[in-house]
Design a protein around this ligand. Structure first.
Ligand code: FAD
Length: 291
């Protein structure tokens, strides 16, 4: 199908983009990689009056580490994240997720900010940033607003962003010693959206117990969410397969999957347990190796 009519703007800097979003509040839509938005325009499921193409904005595509944080610019593509030496060296959970998104073409065009703003219930990034305790930075003419990744997804394709805001950055706490994470995604074919996706992060204390844990789930609710009951099961406990199974069972109890072409709800619940166990095993191995 052919999209409806819209105006097109290609601002040269962030200030100009923010001014357009403010002036055309509710009518303007940001265009980043276009891999989710363009199909919606063609199907006329989205009919914005103005597209604000953010490809020329400086400083939005960085993948950098400061003393305290890893910072991913909203325009960083999945491929740029996957191939970053920082990510490959110290953030294997993020590399796991980036390398499993779509195919090479999707990863070359799609951006982390676009994925978070689109908030597909089966998207990979939200679960990852939930587990990592990340913060999402939204900018408007009024300044920056920081949203914890846990509070970002509110429902099907619904997030905490305001129409006058641009998502500019994701901030992830720098990886501590004896911490590790992993993302495990069940997919029907390589490159598909997740049938079930589990991101797990653990930090171990000197005695080898789990000092803190983060578990993010995707594709098993109307939006990605934190499996807080599983996190509580893990915190303070000695890692073991039995413990991971208990955590997986707690995560599955918090999930609310629907039966669809990917499989029945009961199957998805069982897969939450299995993917949680697998992600935790690898997360603990990586934590032990990072000290
Ligand atoms: C064939 C295919 C397979 C895919 N497989 C997967 C997969 O396995 N896992 C997965 O997670 N995703 C998958 N995706 C989605 C892909 O990751 C998209 O790249 C992503 O959802 C959207 O990113 P984008 O940069 O293309 O955003 P766009 O399509 O440009 O925008 C998407 C939405 O976000 C808004 N937006 C974009 N950037 C910003 C910003 N900075 N601030 C505010 N709003 C913004 C837009 O207005 C729009 O509403 C797939 C997509 C395709 C087409």
């Amino acid at each position: 199908m052919i999209p409806g009519q819209f105006e097109y703007a290609r601002p040269a800097n962030v200030a100009e983009a923010l001014r357009l979003l403010q002036e055309r509040e509710g009518e303007a839509k940001v265009l980043s990689g276009g891999y989710s938005l363009l199909p919606l325009l063609k199907l006329r499921l989205a009919q914005p009056g103005l597209l604000v193409d953010i490809r020329d904005l400086d400083g939005l595509d960085q993948v950098i580490e400061t003393e305290t944080e890893l910072r991913l610019g909203a325009r960083a593509t999945h491929a740029a994240i996957e191939n970053s030496p920082i990510i490959r060296g110290r953030y294997p959970l993020i590399a796991d997720a980036a390398s499993g998104i779509g195919d090479r073409q999707v990863r070359n065009w799609g951006t982390v900010g676009g994925s978070l703003a689109h908030a597909d219930p089966s998207a990979d990034w939200p679960a990852v940033f939930i587990a990592l305790g990340a913060t999402i930075v939204c900018r408007s003419l009024a300044g920056d607003r920081l949203v914890p990744a846990r509070d970002w997804c509110l429902g099907v394709f619904q997030t905490a962003i305001e129409p006058t805001e641009l998502l500019v950055e994701v901030r992830v706490p720098r990886r501590p010693q004896r911490a590790g994470g992993a993302y495990r995604k069940l997919e029907r074919r390589a490159g598909d959206f997740a049938t079930v996706g589990v991101a797990a992060v653990v930090r171990l204390d000197q005695a080898g117990r789990i000092a803190s844990a983060g578990i993010g789930l995707t594709a098993v609710n109307d939006h990605p969410f934190a499996a807080t009951e599983a996190e509580a099961v893990l915190t303070g406990a000695q890692p073991s397969d039995e413990l991971f199974y208990q955590a997986g069972t707690a995560a599955a109890a918090q999930a609310n999957p629907t039966s669809d072409s990917h499989g029945p709800a009961d199957y998805k619940r069982a897969m939450v347990i299995e993917m949680t166990v697998r992600a935790l095993r690898v997360a603990v191995e990586r934590a032990l190796a990072y000290s």
